[in-house]
Structures are given as structure tokens and as C-alpha cells.
Design a protein around this ligand. Structure first.
Ligand code: AGP
Length: 616
């Protein structure tokens, strides 16, 4: 939900920190700040607004220090103000701290610290952490060996309930950073005579591709040339240094106007990456190296449970449709945030799946942990390599979609849909699907990237439609069967980047209430694919037309609609039933993108949102 960058090395820290914040700004952009160690003390510059605001403010300080921490904020406690921006300095100016997460017991800690004479300048929960570190730092120390600074942070974290990713400076320990995580991601970038702490890889990959993914409950003590990791109860941790497999260029916007546009147009490549090396030699099924379950295990499964949030939850609904349609295995889908408290009675032979682009969504992580607590194996379909969800799952399928910077998920979503289709095939071919049907299905999957490229050729037409429809403030998105989740996704895309009220419905359900919304001021986006219910969909469109509702119809090429029924037609190529959700998603991504651009919205950083929701 927020972005953290810490640097210690031989270069001026401020420019490296601000460059890192620019790459993390999609995680939160309400305010930003830096704290730099220099001249025996810690200097702080912080401002409400974007990182660009901070850069201008920081320039006034002429920072020269080579160690510092920084933060870009998505507000949880306290409004969007300069005072509430991180870093927070302790009231004795000795400790500076940045935090991603929520301190659930901050009120009790604050009352304790106020009684000890500490003062507070902000409304945030984070400031209690800063003063609590200062409190422990100034008390008599007893722990042999480790620095007072590290001990003070460790003792502070013992008292914290909630989640944190933190980076801390102490004015008495120049050139040192202490960082720790519990529930919020934190990565250590191991450089050449420099080390970097960051919330995700994109902030450090331009300086090093050697990374250590910190785990919950770990504390890292960092200097320019060294680092050491321990657990909260002081056990040493042997670090595993991973290599990042993508370059910073893949996180650049290139010639595109927005990351979202870039990511919409690179979907075909993302889909090719999702399939690479994942088909059987006989070409009749899919193969996944990371599921860590064999065919016998899968034969014994009689139900799948999928949990996720947002767009990933829509992908779960598509997975449900495809697995039940092709593998004939029952599937349950639940919002992750609901599952973890609903205490659903689960079938003992269930296999649990979570889908998450970031791999850090705390509601999804909590559902994963709840399922594991109940003894279920959990698989993760995830784009975030080395992310918390990827590491805590018992197995899974990496999406290999590359970094997705735009807050509105696009390439990661269609990648999840394709992987769900591949998984449905994998299970179906273990059961009743024939070899020839499997080969046909595999060929359809392989053809999908080119069909997406063909659909993207509709972009100019869709942009013109968007110009005509950007003025409306209400939309319905209507689809059936596997395209009902795509109707939900289309509505979510429009909502989150253009702030237009939009609702997705099963098309036939519209006459049970939502049709009351239909008027000339409430257009409908209708998915009308070739198939057995094509005429039923036409009937639903007639009901809307009879009430003067405008219709944007997404129709399979070659399917003729009655003349005048649709006000706009967006053709999509004919395709296999299993890949239809992928193809049908592309037009609504483009429509929402172009409408948002037409309305002058900040497409990549929509108001109130963040790319990865790491608070409950
Ligand atoms: C999608 O456009 C949204 N940004 C949001 O709904 C997102 O899908 C959701 O927060 C889940 O994120 P995850 O896939 O990283 O877990």
C-alpha cells in the first residue's frame, strides 16, 4: 500500500531514493518524504502530493549524505498532509522511520509514550513506532553484542500488533539501516559497496539484480558493504540471494502515454510467456512444474476453492466456469476477505487456490494462511516472483507477465485467465477429456496471443467510441456464463480509472431490477459471443433498446445483430470457448482506458487506489 526505499553506499542517497520512489509511486501517492543522515544528524524533507513535489522540496536541502530512507504513502491513519507524510522523526530527533502497514495497537502505545513525555506531530500510527524505538534506544541496554540501535528496533517490534514493513535510521549510527517486515513486503538489494532496501524489485533492479526476499519476522541490519539477518527472537538467518530475471526496461513506459496502455498492448507477449514450456510433448495437455502435486493427488481432489480480491477474484470466477465446464470438478469461489472470517465448512478433499498479481495482497494472504491452518494445500497463481503469497503457498504457477505498473490490472488479469484455462485443461485431461479434444484445446490456447493482437487492432475504433461515451456517468456491463466475470471486470476497470459508476451483471439478470436504470443516460456494454445463447442475448438487448438504452455490443465476427439494435459494434475474432474470456476482456480494457483519457483522469495512479493492497 505504501512504498519504501532505503539506501546505504558511496553515492549521494537522495537521488537514488527519489528514483526508487518514482518506481514505487504506483503503490501509493498521497505524500512522500526522505530522511538523510549527514553532519551527525538526520535531516528530513517531506511533502503531501506526488514524488515530484518531494523532489522539489528535497532540492532545497542540498542533501549530501550517503545513507537514507524514503517513503511514498497511501494514507491509512491520518489525512494527506505534510505532517502525516513519512519519514517520522522521534521527538528527540535521534530516530527516523518509514512504515508500510498498520499498527493496530497504536493507541495504547501512544498513551504509554505520552506518559513518558514523548510528543507527536502527526495523526499517524507510524509515529508511535518512531518514538517507541527512541524510547527503547535511550533506556539502559542489556543485550550483549548487537548494537543498541538494532536492539531498540527489535524490542519495539515485540510490542507491535498489526503489520509492518519498516526502515529505520539512528543519528548515532551513521551508515546503518535497520529494516524489518511482518505482513508487508521488503526486499534487500545486494549491490557493489552499496545495499538497498525496497518494497519491491522495481525500485532497485536498475542498481542490482541480486536480491534477498525478507520473510515475515525477519530483521536486517544493513551497511554499505554488509548485511545480517536475524529473526525477532535473535536467531541468525542464512540469506538466500536470488537473481531478478527481468531488467528495468520492462518496467519503463517506453513510447506509450501510460503504463496501462503499454500493458494492454503487451498482453500478447505476456500470454506467450504464460504458456512457454507448459505444454506436454504430445500436445494434448498443459504441464506445470510448480504445483508439487502428482496425477494421483489430483485424482483424489473432488473440489477446488478459489479465493482472491478485485480483478483476481474475477479471474477466479472464470476459473470456476472453465474447470467445471471442461474438468467437471466442482469449484467454489469466495472473496478472500470474506473467506478468512466466514469459517466455511470445506470438503476434506478440496484443493485451495489463490490468485494474486502482486502476491502481497494481505486479504488474499490471510485467506491462504487460514486455509493452511485448516490443513489444506494451497496453490497460488501469481505474478510476483518471490512474493509473500508465492513463498507461503505449497505450490503454484508463476504468470511471468513481467512487472505490471498501472494500478488497473490488465496484462496480469488476462494472463490469469489463460493460466486458468490451461489448468482446467490439465485437470480435464486427467479425467474425461479425450486426447483429440486436448490437442484442439492446446492449439486454441497457442492461437490466443495472435487473436489478442487482432483484437487490439480495434483500438482506433474503440477510441472513437470512447470519445462519444465519455460523457456518461453510469454504465451497465452485461455478459453471461464465462463472460459475466468479464462484465464485472469491465465495470471495475471503468470505475477505478475514470471514476464513472459502472456495474457488471449477468445479462439475463438485468431484467430483475437493474433495467430500471436504463435510459438514454445509462449505456450498456453487452458481450454477445457466438454460441447457443446468442439469441437470448439479442432478446436482452431488445429489452434495453425498447427503453432507449444505448448499447455498445462486443460481438463475435460473423454474428449478425438485427439492424439498429446496437449503437456501436466492436467485433472480436471467433475463438475456443476456453479462450473467449481473454479475447473479450481486451475491448473493455481499451474502452475504459480511452474513456479515462478522454476525461483527463490519471490513468496509472487513480485517486484513492494503490497497486498492492497490503492493509486489511
Ligand atoms: C484491479 O484493476 C485492481 N487494481 C485490484 O482490484 C486488484 O486486482 C486487487 O487489489 C488484487 O490485487 P492482486 O492481484 O495483486 O492480489
Amino acid at each position: 500500500m505504501c512504498g519504501i526505499v532505503g539506501y546505504v553506499g558511496k553515492h549521494k542517497a537522495v537521488s537514488i531514493l527519489i528514483e526508487g520512489l518514482n518506481r514505487l509511486e504506483y503503490r501509493g501517492y498521497d505524500s512522500a518524504g526522505v530522511a538523510i543522515q549527514q553532519n551527525g544528524r538526520i535531516e528530513v524533507a517531506k511533502k503531501a502530493g506526488r514524488v515530484a513535489n518531494l523532489a522539489r522540496e528535497a532540492a532545497k536541502h542540498h542533501f549530501t549524505g550517503t545513507a537514507g530512507i524514503s517513503h511514498t504513502r497511501w494514507a491509512t491513519h491520518g489525512g494527506v498532509t505534510d505532517a502525516n507524510a513519512h519519514p517520522h522523526l522521534s521527538s528527540d530527533d535521534k530516530i527516523a522511520l518509514v512504515h508500510n502497514g498498520v499498527v493496530e495497537n497504536y493507541d495504547a502505545i501512544k498513551r504509554f509514550l505520552l506518559a513518558k513525555g514523548y510528543t507527536f506531530k502527526s495523526e499517524t500510527d507510524t509515529e508511535v513506532l518512531t518514538n517507541l524505538v527512541a524510547y527503547h534506544y535511550t533506556k539502559e541496554t542489556t543485550v550483549e553484542g548487537e548494537s543498541r540501535f538494532l536492539e531498540a528496533v527489535r524490542k519495539t517490534l515485540y510490542h507491535v500488533e498489526g503489520t509492518y514493513g519498516i526502515a529505520v535510521l539512528c543519528s548515532d549510527f551513521p551508515g546503518e539501516i535497520v529494516a524489518a517486515r511482518k505482513g508487508s513486503p521488503l526486499i534487500l538489494g545486494v549491490g557493489q559497496d552499496e545495499n538497498i532496501i525496497a518494497s519491491d524489485v522495481s525500485a532497485l533492479v536498475s542498481r542490482t539484480q541480486r536480491v534477498v526476499y525478507l520473510k515475515d519476522g525477519e530483521i536486517v541490519h544493513v551497511t554499505a558493504r554488509d548485511f545480517s539477518i536475524t529473526t525477532l527472537d535473535q536467531a541468525d538467518v542464512s540469506p538466500v540471494i536470488d537473481k531478478v530475471t527481468w531488467s528495468i526496461e520492462s518496467a519503463e513506459m517506453g513510447a506509450h502515454a501510460h503504463f496501462m496502455e503499454k500493458e494492454i498492448f503487451e498482453q500478447a507477449t505476456a500470454l506467450e510467456n504464460a504458456m512457454r514450456g507448459r505444454f506436454s510433448e504430445d500436445g494434448s495437455t498443459a504441464n506445470f512444474g510448480g504445483l508439487n502435486l502428482n496425477a494421483a493427488d489430483f485424482r483424489a481432489i473432488d473440489r477446488f476453492v478459489f479465493c482472491s480480491c478485485g480483478s483476481a477474484w474475477h479471474a477466479c470466477l472464470v476459473a470456476e466456469h472453465l474447470i467445471e465446464r471442461f474438468a467437471r470438478v466442482p469449484v467454489e469461489v469466495d472473496y478472500a476477505s470474506e473467506f478468512r472470517y466466514r469459517n466455511s465448512p470445506l470438503d476434506p478433499h478440496s484443493l485451495f487456490f489463490v490468485i494474486s498479481q502482486s502476491g502481497e495482497t494481505i486479504d488474499t494472504l490471510a485467506a491462504l494462511r487460514e486455509a493452511k491452518r485448516k490443513g489444506y494445500k494451497v496453490m497460488a497463481i501469481c505474478n510476483g516472483v518471490g512474493s509473500t503469497i508465492a513463498r507461503e503457498a505449497d505450490g503454484g504457477i508463476y504468470q511471468h507477465a513481467g512487472p505490471e505498473i498501472g494500478v488497473a490490472s490488465t496484462k496480469a488479469f488476462t494472463s490469469q485467465l489463460l493460466i486458468s484455462a490451461m489448468f482446467a485443461l490439465y485437470v480435464a485431461r486427467m479425467r474425461d477429456m479425450s486426447f483429440s479434444d486436448g490437442v484442439h484445446y492446446v492449439n486454441a490456447l497457442k492461437a490466443t496471443p495472435d487473436l489478442v493482437r487482432r483484437t487490439l487492432e480495434q483500438a482506433p475504433r474503440i477510441r472513437e467510441i470512447a470519445k462519444r461515451y465519455a460523457k456518461y456517468n453510469d454504465f451497465l456491463f452485461l455478459g453471461r456464463l464465462s463472460l459475466f466475470p468479464i462484465a464485472l471486470e469491465g465495470a471495475l476497470k471503468l470505475k477505478e480509472i475514470s471514476y464513472i459508476h459502472a456495474e457488471g451483471y449477468p445479462a439475463a439478470e438485468m431484467k430483475h431490477g437493474p433495467i430500471a436504470l436504463i435510459s438514454e443516460e445509462c449505456p450498456s456494454v453487452f458481450f454477445v459471443p457466438k454460441g447457443e445463447i446468442f439469441n437470448k442475448l439479442v432478446s436482452s438487448m431488445q429489452e434495453i433498446k425498447a427503453r432507449k438504452g444505448k448499447i455498445i455490443a462486443i460481438v463475435t465476427e460473423g454474428c449478425e445483430l438485427p439492424p439498429g439494435l446496437a449503437d456501436e459494434i466492436i467485433p472480436i475474432p471467433d475463438c475456443h470457448e476456453a479462450t473467449l474470456p481473454v479475447i473479450a476482456t481486451v475491448p473493455v480494457q481499451l474502452l475504459s482506458y480511452y474513456i479515462a483519457v478522454e476525461r483527463g483522469c490519471d490513468v496509472d495512479k487513480p485517486r484513492n487506489l494503490a497497486k498492492s493492497v497490503t492493509v486489511e
